[in-house]
Design a protein around this ligand. Structure first.
Ligand SMILES: NC(=O)c1ccc[n+]([C@@H]2O[C@H](COP(=O)([O-])OP(=O)(O)OC[C@H]3O[C@@H](n4cnc5c(N)ncnc54)[C@H](OP(=O)(O)O)[C@@H]3O)[C@@H](O)[C@H]2O)c1
Length: 218
C-alpha cells in the first residue's frame, strides 16, 4: 500500500472519467498535477491541484511533468485520432522511460472492456459486440491502441508497478454501486463508479501487473 497522501499525475483530467477521478483524489487529501491542453477546460481550482498546460505529444516537458510524482494515472483517449495513430502507445513508450529517470514507479492505465488482454482472445460474445457495436462507433482504433499499450507494459515494463483497468462504461448517471475486479465479468458502469474503482485499484498492491475487467459487487 502506498503512502496515504500521495502526489498524483492525472492525464485526461478533463475527460469523462478524469473529471470524477480528479475530484475524488482531491477529496481524499492527495495532491494532484493535471495536464490540460486547453486552459478553458480547467473546471476546478484547489490548493492541492496544479494544472500544467500541454499535450502528451510535448516531448520536452515529460521529465518535468513526472518529477516529484508518486502515481501516474492515464485516463486519456481521442477516438477519432486513434483510428489512424496509436497516440497513447507512442506516449506511454516515452512516459515509462521518463518515470524511470524520475524514480516514479506506479502507473494506472484505463483501457476498455473490448480491449484484448495480452496474448488472449476475447470471449465470443464480447468479440461479436466489439465487432458490431464498438466498430460502428469508430472505437476499434482506440482498442488497438490500448492493446499495444498493454503489450508494451507486459513485455517492456516489468519493473514498473503498472495496472490496467479494462473498463466498460455506459453512462454518466448516478452511482450503481461499487465495482470490483474480475477476470471474466464486466459491469456497464458509470464514469463516477469507474473513477472510484480506479482510485481503489491504484492503491491495491494485489492488482500489480493485472489487466482485469470490473463488475458491480452483488
Ligand atoms: N468512454 C467510454 O465509454 C469508455 C468505456 C470504456 C473504456 N474507456 C477508456 O477510457 C479511456 C478514457 O475514456 P473517457 O471516455 O473517460 O475519455 P474522454 O472523455 O474521451 O477524455 C479523454 C481525455 O484525454 C485527453 N487528451 C486527449 N488527447 C490528449 C493530448 N494529446 N494531450 C493531453 N490530453 C489529451 C482529453 O483532453 P481534452 O479535454 O483536451 O480533449 C480528455 O481529458 C479511453 O482510453 C477509453 O479507452 C472509455
Amino acid at each position: 500500500m502506498l503512502n496515504s497522501k500521495a502526489v498524483f499525475l492525472v492525464l485526461g483530467a478533463t475527460g469523462r472519467t478524469g473529471r470524477h477521478f480528479l475530484s475524488l483524489v482531491l477529496e481524499n487529501g492527495h495532491h494532484v498535477r493535471a495536464l490540460v491542453r486547453n486552459p478553458e477546460k480547467v473546471a476546478i481550482q484547489h490548493p492541492h491541484l496544479e494544472w500544467r498546460q500541454g499535450s502528451i505529444s510535448d516531448d520536452d516537458k515529460l521529465d518535468d511533468l513526472v518529477r516529484g510524482v508518486d502515481i501516474v494515472v492515464s485516463l486519456l483517449g481521442n477516438a477519432s485520432l486513434q483510428k489512424q495513430e496509436k497516440i497513447n502507445t507512442q506516449f506511454v513508450k516515452r512516459l515509462i522511460p521518463a518515470m524511470r529517470r524520475q524514480g516514479v514507479k506506479r502507473f494506472l492505465y484505463q483501457a476498455g472492456g473490448f480491449t484484448k488482454p495480452y496474448k488472449q482472445r476475447l470471449p465470443l460474445m464480447t468479440w461479436i459486440l466489439k465487432n458490431t457495436m464498438a466498430r460502428s462507433r469508430g472505437l476499434i482504433g482506440q482498442h488497438k491502441d490500448n492493446e499495444a499499450v498493454i503489450e508494451y507494459l507486459v513485455e517492456e515494463a516489468p519493473d514498473i508497478e503498472w495496472m490496467v483497468h479494462r473498463a466498460a462504461i455506459i453512462s454518466d448517471g448516478p452511482s450503481k454501486g461499487t465495482l470490483k475486479r474480475s477476470k471474466t465479468r464486466t459491469g456497464l458502469a458509470t464514469f463516477g463508479d469507474c473513477a472510484a474503482y480506479n482510485y481503489a485499484l491504484v492503491m491495491d498492491d494485489s492488482a500489480l501487473h493485472t489487466t482485469d475487467l470490473s463488475c458491480y459487487s452483488k
